[in-house]
Design a protein around this ligand. Structure first.
Ligand SMILES: Cc1cc2nc3c(=O)[nH]c(=O)nc-3n(C[C@H](O)[C@H](O)[C@H](O)COP(=O)(O)OP(=O)(O)OC[C@H]3O[C@@H](n4cnc5c(N)ncnc54)[C@H](O)[C@@H]3O)c2cc1C
Length: 549
């Protein structure tokens, strides 16, 4: 690419990704010094277009960043007023009382929000402070300086030829240089992945772990709607096949977020996370809520689950990783937005101090220290053993042991120390021959839907003439290795139906990549057992267009 001539623009801080982490960093930088030049680049067609986490938000991040967020009209309109937890069986459920839960699991004081709308509002706050925000601008490459430091990004490459080469209609984009570059791309960021590998940032840490989260927005019968109600479930339909569970949040306007997370360390390659989600909605308790309603949106995104012991080193020369590009989700609480915001604030403060001291292009060590020892580290440390316990001991034992460990951690100690995760999620997949295929009921079109119909409710769009942004290191491997060994699980783990194995009579099976359907969840990049698929960013504006997820 060195022969491509591009214009370059100089900034103090270049921020990749307008999620809660990136926007918080931008706001804090301008709060500290209105004269700093700060730019935020976002691949979604607008801020919020790629934000999925219809969420219970712990406002502690916002409190720290914009203490008068209420007066400023932040869209936190639905306080949590009821918090339920159920263990599901196929035909019934058992309510787990709230009193044995450690206090950190309490949702009192939290809000049910559309994070897409929260990000849209944060972007307005940032722009009022003078931050430049460019949506529809994907950052596709890192730019390195003479000393090997990250000095910027390439953004805004449009109109590549289908083979990835430059043609007459290609816009080469521009370089945006900064004294520091913040990568706040969310979970499994493509540039963050490059930085983690280049500077060996994961060395000495546990592997990052993930889940795939799928979500639908439903409009339900007002008689069944209970604004402010939060419900989490575990158990059926996953049983012992995989870890995970559901969330059902009643927000405003008779709408409900119905979501399902499957931990990606499952062993059985026949497991079909999307169909587990669809099946879940047929549980009598859930069906009773949704019957008569309609699904108005669908989306999916990976969620980081490794927590405290999996956070890579988060700074390298010229660059800092923020939010879920590091992996800051508190797994038992299913919450990461508050930590994403706090990390943005901390990175901004470290960069401000460095720039004031005439530094640039070096490591923002103070940021890393603040994350590990400050509010984020304290939040994640208390729950660090929940995920490894779940992976090792299954649901019931881990609920008891994990609950006990969270309690003792509340008082500052753990009898278990810090448990390891062991394998990464790709390595967890076992041979198909060791497991039975799972028979999933057909979607009924009322409560459950086939994947492609649901994908149309994510308003996903990719220009067909564009190069495929799901790169196979070896084109033949899906059929030569993954199919015989793992029954090619890409056909099932992708929640958007991107991957198919097609076999016509008399010909060899073919692996098809329908990249146009991709909702940018990154599950393939994580779970492919051969680690043969790399997700790179397509051109800006492509991908889902979530309304108020
Ligand atoms: C199903 C699900 C449910 C969840 N529920 C909750 C919840 O209830 N409460 C909670 O607190 N947390 C929840 N989380 C976790 C929460 O979503 C994350 O912790 C949070 O989104 C992290 O914020 P972030 O800013 O790091 O990344 P993100 O929110 O993912 O934002 C990253 C942004 O960067 C953009 N981007 C990425 N790469 C590029 C690139 N190369 N160029 C330009 N732009 C780029 C993306 O389009 C996106 O807009 C949930 C997650 C999932 C998947």
């Amino acid at each position: 690419m060195s022969e491509i001539e591009r214009e370059a623009m100089e900034y103090d801080v270049v921020i990749v990704g307008a999620g809660p982490a990136g926007l918080s960093a931008a706001i804090r930088l301008k709060q500290l010094d209105a004269d700093l030049d700060v730019v935020v680049l976002e691949k979604g067609s607008e801020v919020g277009a790629h934000i999925l986490s219809g969420a219970v938000l712990d406002p502690c991040g916002l409190d720290a960043l914009i203490p008068d967020w209420k007066e400023k009209g932040a869209p936190l309109n639905t306080p949590v007023k009821e918090d339920n937890f159920y263990m599901l069986g196929a035909a019934g459920e058992v309510r787990i009382p709230n009193f044995p839960m450690p206090p950190l699991m309490n949702n009192h004081g939290n809000y049910i929000v559309s994070m897409g709308n929260v990000c849209r509002w944060m972007a307005e706050q940032a722009e009022e402070l003078g931050v430049e925000i460019f949506p529809g601008m994907a950052c596709s490459e890192l730019v390195y300086g003479d000393n090997g430091e990250v000095k910027g990004v390439v953004a805004g490459v449009f109109g590549l030829e289908a083979d990835g080469s430059y043609g007459p209609g290609t816009e080469p984009g521009m370089e945006l240089h900064g004294k520091y570059v913040f990568l706040s791309e969310g979970v499994r960021g493509s540039l963050a992945k490059e930085v983690i590998a280049k500077y060996n940032l994961q060395d000495g840490k546990e592997p990052q772990k993930f889940g795939v989260g799928m979500k639908e927005i439903w409009e339900i019968d007002p008689a069944k709607h209970n604004e402010g109600e939060v419900t989490h479930t575990m158990g059926w339909p996953l049983g012992s096949n995989a870890g995970g569970g559901s969330f059902v949040y009643h927000l405003e306007n008779n709408q409900v977020y119905v979501g399902f997370v499957v931990h990606l360390n499952y062993k059985n390659p026949h497991l079909f996370p999307y169909m587990e989600f669809q099946r879940f909605k047929h549980h009598p308790k859930v069906a009773a809520l949704l019957e008569g309603g309609k699904r108005v949106a669908y989306g999916a995104r990976a969620i980081s689950e490794g927590g405290y012991q999996s956070m890579p080193k988060m700074v390298a020369p010229g660059v800092a990783l923020l939010g879920c590009s590091v992996g800051m989700v508190n797994v038992p609480r299913i919450k990461g937005n508050h930590n994403a915001m706090l990390s943005g604030k901390a990175a901004a403060e470290a960069a401000f101090d460095a720039i004031k001291a005439d530094r640039s292009g070096d490591e923002l060590t103070d940021y890393e220290v603040e994350v590990r020892t400050g509010a984020i580290g304290q939040d994640l440390k208390k729950v660090r053993n929940v995920k490894p316990l779940w992976s090792k001991w299954g649901l019931v034992a881990s609920l008891m042991l994990g609950g006990m460990d969270m309690w003792t951690n509340t008082f500052g100690f753990s009898l278990l120390g810090t448990l390891k995760h062991g394998k990464n999620d790709a390595e967890s997949t076992e041979d198909a021959s060791k497991h039975k295929p799972i028979d999933y009921p057909k979607p009924d079109g009322k409560l459950s839907f086939d994947r492609l119909t649901n994908v149309s409710f994510s308003m996903t769009n990719h220009e067909e003439s564009q190069p495929c942004h799901l790169r196979l290191a070896d084109d033949s491997l899906p059929v030569s290795v993954n199919l015989p060994k793992f029954a090619e699980p890409a056909q099932r783990y992708c929640p958007a139906g991107v991957y198919e194995v097609v076999q016509e009579e008399g010909s060899d099976p073919r692996f098809i990549v329908n990249f146009q359907n991709c909702v940018h969840c990154k599950t393939c990049d994580i779970k492919d057992p051969s680690q043969n698929i790399t997700w790179v960013t397509p051109q800006g504006g492509d991908g889902p267009n979530y309304p108020n997820m």
